[in-house]
Design a protein around this ligand. Sequence first.
Ligand code: HEM
Length: 483
Amino acid sequence: MSETTLVQGLGGRPALAHTALGPRGHWLSGNLPEFKADRMAFLMDAVREYGDIPRFRFGRRITHLVHHPEHVRVVMQDRYQNFSKLSVGWKKLKLLLGDGLLTSDGDFWRRQRRIAQPAFHQTRIAAFARTMTDAAEEMARDWTVLADRGKPVDVAFEMMKITLTVVAKTLLGTDLQDEQAFRTVRWGIAVAIDYINRHIYRLVDVPGFVPTRGNREFHRAARDLDQLIYSIIEGRRRHGSERHDLLAMLMAARDEETGEGMTNLELRDEVMTMFLAGHETTSVALTWIWYFLATHVATARTLRAELAEVLGGRAPTLEDVPRLPFTNLVIKEVLRLYPPLWAFSRIVHQDIEIGGRVLPARSVVILSPYVTHRHPEYWDNPEGFDPRRFADEERIKSLPRFAYMPFGGGPRNCIGSAFAMLELQMLVATLAQRFVMHVQGGHSVVPRPILTLRPKGGMPMLLRRLTRPAGAPRTASPARIAG
Ligand code: HEM
C-alpha cells in the first residue's frame, strides 16, 4: 500500500500525492545490487511492473525514475529550479570538471551559460565543418592501410581518437600533434572516466584523500590535464591569438549584464568540460552508428546511395547537410535507440508532486533518454531500428517535446548539440563513402551503461575499402576516393 502526503503541486499549489511503488530491496543496500547487475534491464523492468514513476532505494538514497515525457518536462523545464545537480554522479564528475557548465548549478551556472552560449551559435559552429571533414579524411588514409592489411580495428577507440582530435582543434586550436600532449589528454580522460564510473554507485566510498592506487592515479591524471590546459590558456593570454576557436570565443566573451570575462580557473573548468563532454558522447554515438550500419545492410545501402548521389566521392561540406536527409534519419534513430548519455540524475530541492506521486526533498531523480525513447505510447516497435520513423514529420511533430531527448532539454539542454550533429553528419558522410565495416566474427556486442553507453570490450570491426562509390562521377579522382 502506498501512503498519501500533502505536497507542493505544479504552480506551487498544495496537492495530495501517493508514495510511488517499486521493487523491495535488501535492508541495507536496497536495490543497488540488482541495478548494478544490469542497469538498463533493471529500469525497463521497473517501468513495466510499477508504471510511470517507480521508486527504488540505493543504499539510503530514495530514488525515482521519471521517464514519461510529460513528467520529464516538469523536472527539466517547468520546475527545473527545484532540481539540482548535487547527486553522486555529478559530484564525482565535479572532481574533474570543477564548476564547468555540465556540473555547476544556480546563479553561477546561469552566468557561465550566458557567457558561453554565443560561442555555440549555429554560425560559429558552421566554421568547424572543414576541420571535421579534414580529420575524417586523415583517418580514412590510416584506415586504408589497415583495411588492406585485413586486421580488425577497434572502431570505438578510433572514434574516440577522431572526436578528441576534432574537439582539440576546434576548441583549443591545437592539433595535439605533440604526441605527449595527445597521450596526456587521452590517458587523463580515460583514467578519470574509469575512476568516476567505479565510484558512482558504491554503498561505501573511500574518500579521495586516502592514498589508494585508484585515488593516486586519478589525481595524477587530473594534475597532468590541468597543467596542459593552463599552459594553453596562459599562452593565449600572453601572446594573444587571431584564432576563432571556442577557447578564443570563451576568452573574449563578456557577461552581457556585468561586462565580466572568465577567470583562468573558470576557463580551465569550461575547457575540461568541453574536452570531456565534447568528445566522449559523440564518439559513442559514432561507434553505434557504425554498428547499426554494419548490421543493417539495406539501411547501409540506402545511406551509401544517398552519399554517392549527392557527394559522388568528395568530402561533404556544410551546404550538403540539408541534401543528406537519410543520413540525418540514421543518426537520429541511433541516438534514439542508444543515446550516449543514457541516464543522468538530479536531487529534489523541495518535496514535489509529479503524476500523483510524491518526490521528497533530497531524494534522487533518474532521467533516462534510453527508457523514455522506448515509451510504447509514443514509439511503435520501440526496440526496432527503423530510421524511417523520423521521416514521418507529422507524427514526430505530434510527439511531446521530451519523448525524444538525446540532448536533454529545457534550460540545461546540451549546449553542444548543433556541434555534435554537424560532426556526426560530416564524419559519417566522409567515412561511409570509403569503407564498409563488419563486426569481427565471434565478438558479441553488448552495451555497457555506465557514465555513457559504450560497448563492452570496444567495437572490433573489419574494414573493407570501397574504391569508387556507386554513382560517383568519372571526374572524381580515384586517388582521392581511395584516400
Ligand atoms: C552526441 C553527442 C552528445 C550528446 C548525446 C550529448 C548529450 C547531452 C545531454 C543529455 C545533456 C544534458 C545533461 C543534463 O541535463 O544533466 C548535455 C549537456 C551538455 N553537453 Fe552535451 N551531448 C553531446 C555532445 C556535446 C558536445 C559536442 C559538447 C561540446 C562541444 C557538449 C557539451 C555539453 C555541455 C557543456 C552540457 C551542459 C549544459 C548545461 O547544463 O548548461 N555536448 N549533453
